[in-house]
Design a protein around this ligand. Sequence first.
Ligand code: ADP
Ligand code: ADP
Length: 223
Amino acid sequence: MAIELKKLNMAYGSTVALKDFDLHIEDGEFVAILGPSGGGKSTILRIIAGLIIQDSGDVVINGEIMNDIHPSERNVAMVFQNQALYPHMTVYNNLALNLRMKGVSKDEIDRRVNEVAKIVGINTILSRKPREISGGQAQRVGLARAMIRDPVIYLMDEPLTGLDAKFRDEMREELIHFHRITKKSILYVTHDQIEAMSMADRIVVLNNGVKIQEGAPRELYDN
Ligand code: ADP
Ligand code: ADP
């Protein structure tokens, strides 16, 4: 089991963001959390990543309780919409940075960077700067940068929101492909029903911090 969330509660002051929220994600499963803005979706991702700490409940990653564990030790990777690449660094160095800071050897960094670059198809643009690549390539670099951490799960916060329609369709296919080749767990939050339906193995519908429905896309659709 990649992730288990047990009875999570979270409030910001008097605003309740999550109420007794339970979730489990199997190894390799693609789960979407679907719901309107303000429903508590980002709060779930931030709690799993350890960026904020829940008021009560447990976060279990790969069978280990993570409530007191620092974000850097949680073995999860956030994928952002704005890929937040360092503009003055080459794609290669954007990918290598995290490993360099961890003190990984040069040869090992080179091996890992080239490995993930090949998987997402950016091996020919490694020496370019972010301004010299397309939006689609930037998205792939963002995925590669998450991949290099070899996470238990990818946490994706509306990575396609705000993109124009054609590009969004293309990126949806990219993410489906990414999931197929990495076979890793993905937790994807969105307010877009089509995105959730077309990509996820299972959809959790969230409203006002409460899970109101859960099932395979087909099951939800039939209801
Ligand atoms: P979603 O990702 O579904 O849009 P969020 O998890 O961002 O929902 O927010 C859930 C609720 O918590 C909303 O009512 C939001 O306004 C509130 N909230 C989120 N972050 C903060 C914060 N840092 N301070 C105060 N309220 C917040
Ligand atoms: P900086 O100028 O920031 O030191 P470099 O571009 O010189 O960064 O690269 C640092 C190391 O990363 C180099 O020793 C090189 O081996 C490796 N490297 C950089 N770009 C590439 C690339 N496109 N493909 C393979 N290795 C690269």
